[in-house]
Design a protein around this ligand. Structure first.
Ligand code: SF4
Length: 374
C-alpha cells in the first residue's frame, strides 16, 4: 500500500470510529473531559469532516463541526488554519498529537480543543497494569532527580519557543505576551496573545502615561478597550476566570512591573524575590507561580536577562502550584505516601508534565526515565 493510500485508510478508520459515536468520557488534551452527545453528520468532499456535532467539554456544550487528521500538524499542513470554511470547527480529532499543543488555532482567534483518539487499548493512560515507576517508588527509588531534569528540559523548550519573539520584539514584550497568555487560561489564550500583538507593551505604557487616572486603572482600561474587539469565551468560566477579571489582573501586573514607559525586562523581577513581585491584586499564589514558570523564567533564559545559575536557583525554589488533574494518577504511583509529594515543587511538576506527555500517554512504560532499568 502506498503512503498516500495508507494515510487515506487511516483517516477513514479514524472517521469510522468517530462517526460510530463514542460512549463514555474521553479526555481532551487540555485536561477537560469530553462526552460526545452527537458526533455530527459526515461532511461533503470539501470542508470539515463532520458537521453540526454536539459535544460536552468539561460542562460546556459545544455545537459545530469536527475535523479529523492522523496527526495534529495536518491542520496547518492542509491550510485549515486560515480557511474561513473551518472557522466553525469546535473539535480537532487526531490519532497522534505530534505538535504537543493543547489546542488547535484558527486565524479567527479561536482555540479548538484537541482529542487524541487512539486505537482501542493502544497507548492508554493509565496503563492496564501497575507501571514500573510505581514498583520502583514502592522499593524506595526517589523520582525527584529525574523529575527535576525533565522540568529543566521543559523550561528550556519554553525558552526556545519564545526566543524568536524575544529577538524580534525584546524581552519586555515577550514577558508581557506570555503573561497575558498565562493569565488568560486555556479558554482565551489565543485571544489574549492576539491582544498582546494588537496592543504592544510600549504602546500600552505610552497611552497610560498620557492619562491622569491611577496607573493600574488606566492600563486596565486600555487593555479592556483593545480586548473589546476580540472574540472572548465567557460561558462556563468561573467568575475569577472571566476575561474581564483576568484583564484587571493583567492591568495591575503591568503597572507594577513596568513603572515608567520603558518596555524592557522588568527591573522589579529579581531571582531572589520572584513570587512577591508577581503577587498582585487578582493574582493568587498558584497564578503567580504559573507566571514565573511560563513567562518570566523562559524569557529570562532566552534573553540572558538573568544568569543560568540565577534561573536554576529561582526555578528550584519555586513551590508547586498544585497538582493538575491529569497528573493525579502519576502522583499516586510516585508518591506512595511519601512526603513531600512528588510534585511539591514547580520544577518537579513541570517534569511530570513532560513525562506524562512524552512517555505515559504514549505507552512508553519501561522506556521512561522513571522505569528502573534506566
Ligand atoms: S511511562 Fe514511566 S512514569 Fe509514566 S506510567 Fe509508565 S512507568 Fe510510570
Amino acid at each position: 500500500m502506498s503512503l498516500l493510500a495508507a494515510a487515506a485508510s487511516g483517516e477513514a478508520a479514524l472517521a469510522a470510529r468517530w462517526g460510530s459515536g463514542l460512549a463514555g468520557a474521553l479526555r481532551l488534551e487540555d485536561g477537560r473531559t469530553l462526552r460526545v452527545i452527537f458526533p455530527g453528520v459526515p461532511g461533503g468532499a470539501s470542508g470539515p469532516d463532520f458537521r453540526d456535532a454536539i459535544l460536552d467539554a468539561g460542562g460546556d456544550v459545544l455545537r459545530g463541526h469536527v475535523e479529523l487528521h492522523l496527526r495534529a500538524s495536518g491542520w496547518r499542513a492542509h491550510g485549515h488554519a486560515g480557511d474561513p470554511a473551518y472557522a466553525g470547527v469546535v473539535l480537532h480529532v487526531v490519532a497522534e498529537n505530534d505538535t504537543g499543543a493543547l489546542s488547535t488555532l484558527h486565524a479567527s482567534g479561536r482555540a479548538i480543543p484537541v482529542l487524541v483518539l487512539r486505537e482501542p487499548g493502544a497507548h492508554a493512560f493509565p496503563p492496564p497494569f501497575t507501571p514500573p515507576c510505581a514498583l520502583a517508588a514502592a522499593r524506595g527509588q526517589d523520582p525527584a532527580p529525574a523529575l527535576h531534569r525533565l522540568g529543566e528540559r521543559r523550561l528550556r523548550s519554553k525558552a526556545a519557543r519564545v526566543a524568536p519573539l524575544v529577538a524580534a520584539s525584546g524581552p519586555g514584550q515577550a514577558v508581557y505576551t506570555l503573561a497575558l497568555e498565562t493569565l488568560a487560561g486555556s479558554a482565551n489564550r489565543a485571544a489574549f496573545a492576539s491582544l498582546a500583538r494588537s496592543l504592544p507593551l510600549a504602546a500600552l505604557l505610552e497611552r497610560a502615561a498620557g492619562t491622569s487616572a491611577p496607573r493600574p486603572l488606566a492600563i486596565t482600561a486600555e487593555l479592556k478597550g483593545a480586548a473589546a474587539r476580540l472574540s472572548l469565551r465567557r460561558a462556563g468560566l468561573r467568575p475569577m476566570a472571566q476575561p474581564a477579571r483576568r484583564l484587571e489582573a493583567a492591568g495591575t501586573l503591568v503597572a507594577a512591573l513596568w513603572p515608567g514607559v520603558i518596555a524592557g525586562f522588568p527591573p522589579a523581577l529579581i531571582p531572589a524575590a520572584l513570587l512577591p513581585a508577581l503577587r498582585q491584586p487578582g493574582i493568587g499564589r498558584a497564578a503567580a507561580i504559573e507566571l514565573a514558570v511560563n513567562a518570566v523564567l523562559p524569557v529570562a533564559l532566552a534573553s540572558g536577562a538573568w544568569s543560568e545559575e540565577d534561573i536554576a536557583a529561582a526555578f528550584a525554589a519555586l513551590p508547586g502550584p498544585g497538582t493538575y488533574g491529569k497528573l493525579r494518577r502519576l502522583e499516586g504511583w510516585l508518591g506512595a505516601g511519601a512526603a513531600p509529594k512528588p510534585f511539591a515543587t514547580a520544577r518537579a511538576l513541570q517534569g511530570g508534565l513532560l513525562l506524562h506527555a512524552d512517555y505515559c500517554t504514549r505507552g512508553r512504560c519501561g522506556q521512561c526515565p522513571l522505569s528502573p532499568a534506566r
